[in-house]
Design a binder for this molecule. Structure first.
Ligand code: ADP
Ligand code: MG
Length: 562
C-alpha cells in the first residue's frame, strides 16, 4: 500500500508499550495507525475506516493502554465490543501482547459459549479492559457481574459487521449504561447510513479518518516488454535510459543481490543510480529516498519490499528488470509511473518461455496488452545522443553569452588546434558523459537481434522445450544443475511450523520467489529447506533478524554433523 507511515517511536508511547511492540515485531505503524493513534491519545472521538487487515486493533488498543498507564484507576475502564467470539478473542490476545510488560493491566475476553462462571471469576479479579460480544456482555450486565459505570473509553470494533449481525439494539442498551463523559471510538472496514446514525447518537464531534487503498491502475501507461537473454539486461537498460531519458526512473529487481549488482554496474557506466533494499539501515534508506526525491539521483533500483510505501510522483518510467513474482506486484510497480498529464512508461524484461508465460498471465490479470518491442540499436542510441547534443548547442548559442568561450576557442586555434577538432573532442566527451558512458557496441545489436530471430524462428519450439525441461529440473529434481544450499532453522513442527510459513517468510522478507525454494523438511525441533546457493547467505541473515510464526529463529547453513 502506498501511504504514509511512521515508526512507533514517534508517538511518544511509554517504554513498556514500545518494548511490547518491538517484541511482537511490528516495524512501523500502518497508515490507519499512523493517523488515528495521535488523535486517540489526545482524547478525541474517532471514526476510523480502513480495509480488513490494516491493523485497526492496535490502532485503538495502544492509545487505550496508554490511557490506563496514565490513570491507573480500578474498575473496567475500556470496553471493546466485537461482533464475533473469534474477533473478541483475537483483539484480547493482541491487547495481552501489548500489555505484557505492564503487569497491572489485565484484559478479559467475554463471549458466548464459554463457561460463564469462569468469566465471572475473571471479571471479579479486577480487569480494566473488557473485550466482548454484545450478547454475553449484556448477560453479565444483567447479572451485575460487569459494571460499566467506570468506563472511560468505549470502542465499537468492526462496526459494520456488528450491525449486519443485528446487534443494533444491544449496542443501544449497552451504551445507555456507559457514562456520557467518555471517549468513544468506532472502527469499521466500510461505512453506512446506519453507522453514521450510531456515530451521531454516541459520539462527540468525532474526527473521521479514512484510509482507503489508493486504487492503482495501469491506465494511461504505455507498457512494453523485451525478450532478451539475462546477460544483456544491463546493456538493454542503459540503451532504454539513453533513448527515452525517463529520469527519474525506478528499476525493480526481485533480490537484494540483484539490486546491489545492478547499482554498481549502472554507476560504473556513468549513470547516477542508487539502490534500496531491506538489508540497508533505516538511515541509509532515508538518505537514498531523500536524494531521489530531490532529483539528485536519476535511477532508483529497488526490491518490491523496500519500495513498499514509497510514494514518489513524476516517475518517468518503471523498469521490471526482473519480471515480478506476483501479478499484483506488477500493478504496484508500474502504478508509480506517469507524470501529470503525461502517460507513464513501463518496460519489462523477460527471459525465456517460462517468463513469457508469466507475462501473459500479467496481461490477463490487468486486462491490458503489453507490446513486444526491440531494444534500440547502437545507431539509434548514438543518434539520440547526437540530437540531444545538437539541441543543447543550439540553446547555448541562442540564449547564452559565449563571448569568453569564443575567445578561448580562438586562442586554442591560434595554438594549432582547429575549431572542428575542438568541437569533436567536446562532442566525444559529451556523448560519453566525459568518457564514463560507453558507446553502445554493435556486437550487442547482433546479440539482441539474433536472440529475437531465434525466438521468432524455427528454433522457437525447440527453445521452449529446452526451457521447459530446464524449469522442470529446477522444480522437481534435487540434483539439478542449479546449485542449492540447505538452510537449517531451529524451529519445527513442535512450534506449529508449516512449509507455507517458511515459503511465506522467505518470499516476503528475502524477496525470493516461492518456487525457488526447494525441498522443505520439517522435523520436530528443527527444519531445513533448500534455496538457490547464491541467495543462501542473505536468506540466513534475514531469517536471523525476522520472526517466523511470531518467533525469533536461528538460521544457518545445514551441515549433517551437528
Ligand atoms: P484489522 O482489524 O484492520 O482487520 P488487525 O488489527 O486484525 O486488522 O491486524 C491485522 C494483522 O496485522 C494482524 O496480524 C496484526 O498483528 C498485524 N499488524 C497490526 N499492526 C501492524 C503493524 N504496525 N505492522 C505489522 N503488522 C501489523
Ligand atoms: Mg479488526
Amino acid at each position: 500500500m502506498i501511504m504514509h507511515t511512521i515508526p512507533f517511536s514517534e508517538f511518544g508511547l511509554s517504554e513498556p508499550v514500545l518494548q511490547a511492540i518491538d517484541d511482537i515485531g511490528y516495524e512501523e505503524a500502518t497508515p490507519i495507525q499512523t493517523r488515528t493513534i495521535p488523535l486517540l491519545i489526545s482524547g478525541r472521538d474517532v471514526i476510523g475506516q480502513s480495509q480488513t487487515g490494516t491493523g485497526k486493533t492496535a490502532a485503538f488498543a495502544i492509545p487505550a493502554i496508554e490511557r490506563l498507564i496514565a490513570d491507573k484507576e480500578a474498575g473496567v475502564q475500556v470496553l471493546i465490543l466485537c461482533p464475533t467470539r473469534e474477533l473478541a478473542i483475537q483483539a484480547c490476545n493482541e491487547i495481552r501482547k501489548l500489555t505484557r510488560h505492564i503487569p497491572f493491566i489485565r484484559a478479559a475476553a467475554i463471549y458466548g459459549g464459554q463457561d460463564i462462571d469462569y468469566q465471572i471469576r475473571q471479571l471479579h479479579s479486577g480487569v480494566q479492559i473488557v473485550v466482548g460480544t454484545p450478547g454475553r456482555i449484556m448477560d453479565h450486565m444483567r447479572r451485575r457481574t460487569l459494571m460499566l459505570n467506570s468506563v472511560k473509553i468505549a470502542i465499537l470494533d468492526e462496526a459494520d459487521e456488528m450491525l449486519s449481525m443485528g446487534f443494533r439494539e444491544d449496542i443501544d442498551e449497552i451504551f445507555s449504561h456507559i457514562p456520557r463523559q467518555r471517549q468513544t471510538v468506532l472502527f469499521s472496514a466500510t461505512m453506512s447510513e446506519e453507522i453514521l446514525e450510531i456515530t451521531n447518537l454516541y459520539m462527540t464531534d468525532p474526527t473521521v479518518i479514512r484510509v482507503m487503498r489508493k486504487e492503482l491502475t495501469v491506465e494511461g501507461i504505455d507498457e512494453y516488454y523485451y525478450n532478451i537473454p539475462h546477460s544483456h539486461k544491463i546493456e538493454a537498460l542503459s540503451r532504454l535510459m539513453d533513448v527515452y531519458r525517463p529520469e527519474p526512473a525506478m528499476v525493480f529487481c526481485n533480490t537484494k543481490k540483484q539490486v546491489d549488482e545492478l547499482v554498481s554496474a549502472m554507476q560504473q557506466r556513468g549513470y547516477v543510480a542508487e539502490g534500496l533494499h531491506g538489508d540497508m539501515k533505516q538511515q541509509a534508506r532515508d538518505h537514498v529516498m531523500n536524494t531521489f526525491r530531490s532529483g539528485k539521483v536519476d535511477i532508483l533500483i529497488a526490491t518490491d519490499v523496500a519500495a513498499r510505501g514509497i510514494d514518489v510522483s513524476g516517475i518517468g518510467a518503471v523498469f521490471n528488470y526482473d519480471i515480478p513474482q506476483d501479478y499484483e506486484y506488477y500493478v504496484h510497480r508500474i502504478g508509480r509511473t506517469g507524470r501529470a498529464g503525461k502517460s507513464g512508461l513501463a518496460f519489462t524484461f523477460v527471459t525465456g518461455s517460462h517468463e513469457m508465460a508469466e507475462l501473459r498471465g500479467i496481461m490477463k490479470y490487468t486486462g491490458k496488452e503489453i507490446s513486444n518491442s526491440s531494444i534500440p540499436t547502437s545507431a539509434q542510441v548514438m543518434e539520440c545522443r547526437r540530437k540531444r547534443f545538437a539541441l543543447s548547442v543550439c540553446a547555448a548559442v541562442e540564449h547564452e553569452d559565449l563571448t569568453e568561450y569564443i575567445q578561448m576557442v580562438e586562442q586554442l586555434s591560434d595554438e594549432g588546434i582547429s575549431p572542428v577538432e575542438i568541437a569533436a573532442a567536446l562532442l566525444r566527451s559529451e556523448m560519453t558523459s566525459g568518457g564514463k558512458t560507453a558507446i553502445p557496441s554493435e556486437a550487442d545489436d547482433f546479440a539482441f537481434a539474433g536472440h529475437e530471430r531465434r525466438r521468432q524462428g524455427d528454433n522457437r519450439r525447440q527453445d521452449e522445450r529446452r526451457e521447459r525441461r530446464k524449469y522442470g529440473r529446477l522444480r522437481g529434481n534435487e540434483r539439478s544443475s542449479h546449485p542449492t544450499s540447505k538452510i537449517y532453522i531451529n524451529i519445527g513442527s513442535s512450534a506449529g511450523l508449516l512449509p507455507k510459513h517458511i515459503v511465506g517468510t522467505v518470499a516476503n522478507e528475502a524477496g525470493l520467489p516461492g518456487k525457488s525454494i526447494g525441498r522443505i523438511e520439517i522435523n520436530e525441533r528443527y527444519s531445513t529447506f533448500d534455496v538457490p546457493q547464491e541467495a543462501a547467505e542473505s536468506v540466513i541473515e534475514i531469517l536471523n533478524r525476522t520472526r517466523i510464526i511470531g518467533r525469533k529463529v536461528t538460521a544457518r547453513l545445514y551441515t549433517e554433523q551437528f
